[in-house]
Design a protein around this ligand. Structure first.
Ligand code: 13P
Length: 255
């Protein structure tokens, strides 16, 4: 099965209306990207960004960075998956390490959010990855196993699920695992998905690498088997950097 490559930008808590100009710059550099391009801005910008993309006619999607597991209710400050969809989002990032750390999100919380995202017809990007201490003590694959086991719902539609391997110690640090380490993690994730959902479904689920992806390292990261794209933080904020990453992904070997 061919998996469509995905270049996803996570703007985190960065960006106001003025930064939508970066999007215009991006779509003029990459007007018809040969890969799926996604930007997950702060929730306040999803509606405007989606409208802008529609006007520009670019084949680019918007997504949320989190959602609540309930559809409505007394949850001050939270956003339901249906609200993200209503604003124009088609994806949502779930279980990002910053949510797990800053908001104490457990694997069970993340599992409930994925179910909510699917009910709202959103594609869920599940983030998993080990901390620096876990990496240094050789626990990476154990942690990935635990996070997958606890966060994934019992059945899955490959078209609605993306997994992002983001080592916590590589996020925003400029540090990146070796290509062999990325290959081992992605191979492990693919085989865990095969055990869980069967080969047909597992082969259709896209696996992204995230953590200090930059124009200078994107080509070598995209050459690793089972890397179907990237979840990019800092470098997605600048159109010139993100478009260079998109170009590197377009040139990468097919999955
Ligand atoms: P950086 O690309 O800034 O390291 O962030 C990665 C990330 O957390 C994407 O979700």
């Amino acid at each position: 099965m061919t998996r469509r490559k995905l270049a996803a930008g996570n703007w985190k808590m960065n960006g106001q209306a003025a930064e939508l100009a970066e999007l215009e710059a991006l779509t003029s550099t990459c007007p018809t990207p040969g890969v799926d391009v996604l930007i997950c801005p702060p929730a306040t910008l999803i509606d405007r960004m989606t409208g802008l993309l529609d006007r520009l006619g670019a084949s680019t999607a918007t997504g949320g960075q989190d959602c609540h597991s309930a559809e409505t209710g007394a949850h001050t400050g939270d956003i339901a998956a249906t609200m993200l969809a209503d604003a124009g989002a088609t994806y949502v990032i779930l279980g990002h390490s910053e949510r797990r750390q800053d908001h104490g999100e457990s694997n069970a919380d993340v599992q409930a959010k994925i179910t909510a995202a699917w009910s709202a017809d959103l594609i869920a990007i599940l983030c998993i990855g080990e901390t620096e201490a876990e990496y240094k003590t050789g626990q990476t694959l154990d942690i990935l196993h635990q996070q997958l086991a606890g966060s994934l719902p019992d059945s899955a539609d490959a078209a609605r699920l993306v997994i992002a391997y983001e080592p916590v110690w590589a996020i925003g640090t400029g540090l990146v695992p070796t290509l062999d380490e990325i290959a081992a993690a992605h191979g492990f994730i693919r085989s865990a998905l095969t055990t869980r959902y069967g080969a047909d479904t597992a082969q259709g689920i896209r696996l992204l690498y995230g953590g200090s992806v930059k124009p200078g390292n994107a080509t070598e990261i995209f050459s690793v088997p089972d890397v179907d794209g990237a979840l990019v933080g800092g470098a997605s904020l600048k159109a010139s950097d993100f478009s260079a990453i998109i170009t590197a992904l377009e040139a990468a070997p097919a999955a």
